[in-house]
Design a protein around this ligand. Sequence first.
Ligand SMILES: Nc1nc2c(ncn2[C@@H]2O[C@@H]3COP(=O)(O)O[C@H]4[C@@H](O)[C@H](n5cnc6c(=O)[nH]c(N)nc65)O[C@@H]4COP(=O)(O)O[C@H]3[C@H]2O)c(=O)[nH]1
Length: 826
Amino acid sequence: MDSFEGESAANLAISAQSNTPRTTRWHRMYFFLAGFDVLVVVLSVLLNHLIVDTYHRSIKANQSWVQQLSSYSTLGSLASDVNAPGNNVFDTHDVESESRNMTAALHTFDHHLAMAKQQLEARIANQAEHSADIQAYTIALKDEVAEVDAAMVEMVKEASLIFSFFRQGKSDDAGKRMATMDRKYAMLLASLATVRERVGQIQSRLLEEELESVEELRRIEYAIMVFVLMMVSAAVFYGRRIKREMEAHAAERDGYLAVLRASERQFRQQASLLDKAQDAIVVHDMENRILYWNKSAERLYGVTREEALGQSAAELIYQDHAAIDAANRSLAETGDWSGEVTLRRRDGSTITFESHRTLVRDENAEPQSVLSINTDISHRKAAEQEVNRLAFYDQLTGLANRRLMLDRLQHVLAGGMRNPHTSAVILIDLDNFKALNDTLGHDRGDLLLQQVAQRLSACIRESDTVARLGGDEFVVLLEGLSENPPDAAIQAKAIGEKILSSLNISYHLDGYEHHSTPSLGIALFQGQLNTVDDIMKRADLAMYRAKAAGRNTMRFFDPEMQAVATARARLEADLRQGLQDKDLLLHFQPQVNSAGRIIGAEALMRWQHPERGIVFPAEFVPLAEETGLILPLGRWALQAACAQLVAWARHPDTARLVMAVNVSARQFHHPDFVEEVLTVLRYTGADPKKLKLELTEGMLVEDMEGTVAKMVELKEIGIGLSLDDFGTGYSSLSYLKSLPLDQLKIDQSFIRDVLIDPNDAAIACAIVSLSHILGLSVMAEGVETEAQRSFLVSHGCQAFQGYLFSRPLAPEQFRQYVHERVMAEN
Ligand SMILES: Nc1nc2c(ncn2[C@@H]2O[C@@H]3COP(=O)(O)O[C@H]4[C@@H](O)[C@H](n5cnc6c(=O)[nH]c(N)nc65)O[C@@H]4COP(=O)(O)O[C@H]3[C@H]2O)c(=O)[nH]1
């Protein structure tokens, strides 16, 4: 569960991370605005200070100008003081006193004027800060002040002239000058008025200018205030927004937390469920660190959760680095990977499991972890292997079976286009294995097959295949032989010889020493033009050649064999068709006794081929025996012969005749053979006593017990049993004694030269004697001459068959033949 808590925290961090950039942006904006506001407030305080300072300076300037104005106003009253004595003298006539008054007043006036000029000079010197208007007005003021001074001088001059007139006693002249002095005084007053006016103008201009600059500052201040207001509003706005955001984030976060808690609860429930799962469930992060490990993982890998969490998944559960790379590639490309993984556990045991890995991504589609669900398939694998073993391997020898061999052969052929090498199939058949099985028993037969399998495996390379096709048939598939066929043939021959000599070494079979030999058929092939069937058939043909060549040898397939095989294949197809088209017929060869009387006939099959005409059994019976077609053929012959018996029974000439029918080994050994004969007899209504079955020696040695039982059954029904071709097979007296036979048929090969070859004559005579000893009748077949017949009669043979009497005849001819003989006898 720790891992899930860790995961929740990680999720929370992820959700927090996802909100962080926006919040920080708002915060940054807010702090910027707040900082800016502080700056602007400081600025506006400074500005205010500047405004106040400007006011202050303006007031001070105005005050100094007010002082200046009052000093100029004072000059007016001082000028009046200077003017008064000149007038007063007319009343007082005290010239001296008035003159002194005037001089004193003038002195005061001058002193004031000088001070005013000095102040003005000082102003002019420091008026750089003032506007051009003020500077011009001040310069003009200086000139106007100078005019005041000049006007004073003029007026004082007139007053002095008046005083002088009075001193001279010229009161009339003084009186005449009085008007001039008043005019000069008026001019002085006018000059002073101009000066005051100028000062007023300067004052008002100053005021105007100060007001203007204050206005300017005010405007700036207003602007700043507006700006501050805006900034504050913005800050408030953003502050509110941030607050709202933060509240929203808090709510969101609470929501996340609630969801997380719920999902954690769910995870816990799921985890406890996952612990109950049979599959090992593991989660690891992108650095391969294990985050989750359920109970089944503990069982599967043999590592506890505590040990696993935080460990490297690569080391703990993957191991195979190449497989990890492949899986990671698939995860990166498709987000999924499935496959089988085999790994060694701590206790050294190996497990195989089926792993499904899924890449888990976060909400930004970034790979976050890998979920792997692992199913233990060790048991399934073992079962699969067992099924595979049963399906593709031979249970007795452990070698590949037919299916696997054919599959591999198919595989080699499929790759033939790309592979220039020659390959070879060696078909191995153990000679006389059946006899061993019958004489020493199946257990020892199995032991032999197992030892043969071991020896064959030891003869080939690991890349080659050896298989048991069934019974005593083995096959070796050699791959990668030389590209040059003659060289490949030499290589295959060497291996064939190795196999021959290896299998020729004696076998120890549960206390018995046994010698067995094999026959080998080798087929070489290259490229993909061949089919599996072709190659196996070629090897088969070659193997039969080896058998025909006396066994314990090997033969290579050659094209001539192929031609024979093709002809046989065509013949087989035609025969099947013939059977279907009812192109088969029976001819009957008469069998006669020593008196020359017809006692019966042998039914001999003929095939009326639509193109080739009559085909004789020598051409198709062996093939029919190999292919199994002999079973339907034999059934048909038996049925046709019985039908003929019934037809004969209806005619006095033929009613007493016995019908001999050939039975092939395969037919006889068929489990239902006796039942089949009975059915045919029942079906046709033929008399069993008139039916004689011709068996051959070879078929009787196999499964003696079963054979005798069948023969007894047949005999009990009344069917006669003749041993055909006698003398060519085992001719063992011991088995002959135990067989419930009626007749021995001397093979025609002894009859042919019975008169010229003493050996054949001796054999024929011995067979006749033997039949007498065993209480059996004897018949000689292939009797062609009277001399042969006489010889045989003289040595005790009582029955004959051969061209001397008649060739096999068609039914009608045969009936005719019998009729003529009967007529002749009568
Ligand atoms: N040179 C020579 N040959 C003589 C003479 N007398 C008889 N023959 C031939 O010898 C064969 C005797 O039959 P077989 O030994 O049972 O040998 C038979 C038998 O083994 C087999 N066969 C024929 N019909 C059947 C059948 O219906 N079922 C089975 N399973 N085999 C059959 O085919 C073999 C050959 O049959 P056929 O060609 O009909 O050949 C017959 C017959 O035509 C003679 O004086 N000189």
